[in-house]
Ligand binder design. Structure first.
Ligand code: GUN
Length: 295
């Protein structure tokens, strides 16, 4: 069997079209959704993410307030920018690009963001609400994964989902979202990590594998059940002298071998990646609707 490729670009484009129409309707009511973006330092991957976010905002009509701060920015200076955005009624969402330079306490910055503007879903208030199944801003990458499963017809209810990786940004939240007693969730979830003794023992039982380990080839074909759905969250650079830039992007799973065994699989690039920014736009529009008393 050759797996159906889940096209993240296509699903993301569909959702962005829906959002574009919503933004146009909000503008008729005098509401312009606004996103405040803060990047500290010069990390090349972070710079390219942030530029992509800013471009995506403009494409669907969201106003973006872009702040590039030098790597030496102090914690107090950063807190002051966050506070200015907390107070600014034109800003519905605040995004502080992670990771932050080592001298800044990331947890303190996330805690300073007004939870009602926390469109990344990283504030402990939103994390806690998500965990108990209350309405909350959901973190963008895991929310994108859940949307991809739903929109590609993968049944999660009663399915055994095995998540590989326990990061706060992907593994822990996606596990939590999928175990909720809700439509598009209701799964039995196993969360594996670097302390897991026999990863393959677990992944072979999975109807759905979500790989978010941050390492190429963490999941190989022998670790996948025939017909499983495989979602690859990884984005890893591997050296490739045949490419002009000297590297290529691969995920966390052995795509070429697994696609012969899985029923559906996401590619890298073009899978989960385009969904992350899309769900950020979704949360920003949602926040603007909430601020305008429309939901
Ligand atoms: N760094 C890597 N992923 C993310 C994300 O989703 N949001 C933010 N703010 N930083 C990140």
């Amino acid at each position: 069997m050759s797996a159906k490729i889940i096209d993240g670009k296509q699903i993301a484009a569909e959702i962005r079209e829906e959002l574009k129409a919503e933004v146009a309707a909000l503008k008729e009511k005098g509401i312009v959704p606004g996103l405040g973006v803060i990047l500290v330092g010069e990390d090349p991957a972070s710079k390219s993410y942030v530029s992509a976010k800013e471009k995506a905002c403009k494409n669907i009509g969201i106003f973006s307030d872009d702040n590039r701060l030098p790597a030496e920015t102090t914690q107090d200076e950063l807190l002051a920018v966050v506070e200015r955005m907390n107070q600014d009624p034109k800003i519905n969402g605040i995004l502080v690009q992670l990771p932050l330079p080592k001298h800044i306490d990331e947890a303190a910055i996330l805690l300073a963001i007004n939870p009602d503007k926390d469109v990344d879903g990283f504030h402990p208030m939103n994390v806690g609400k998500m965990m108990v199944g209350e309405e909350a801003f959901l973190p963008c990458t895991p929310h994108g994964v859940v949307q991809m499963l739903a929109r590609s017809g993968a049944e999660t209810s009663g399915a055994h989902v095995v998540v590989v990786g326990r990061s706060n940004i992907v593994g822990k939240p996606v596990a939590n979202m999928l175990l909720q007693k809700k439509d598009g969730a209701n799964a039995t979830v196993t969360l594996c990590h670097t302390g897991t003794k026999d990863l393959g023992y677990h992944t072979r039982q999975a109807d759905i594998i979500i790989a978010a380990s941050g390492w190429p080839n963490t999941v190989t074909a022998d670790m996948v059940k025939e017909g499983a759905v495989v979602i690859d969250v990884g984005v890893n650079r591997v050296e490739d002298p045949s490419r002009e830039r000297g590297y290529r992007l691969v995920g966390d799973v052995d795509f070429d071998a697994i696609k012969e065994k899985a029923s559906m699989i996401t590619p890298v690039p073009g899978g989960v990646g385009p969904m992350t920014i899309t769900m950020l736009l979704f949360n920003t529009v949602d926040s603007a609707k909430k601020a305008g008393g429309l939901v």
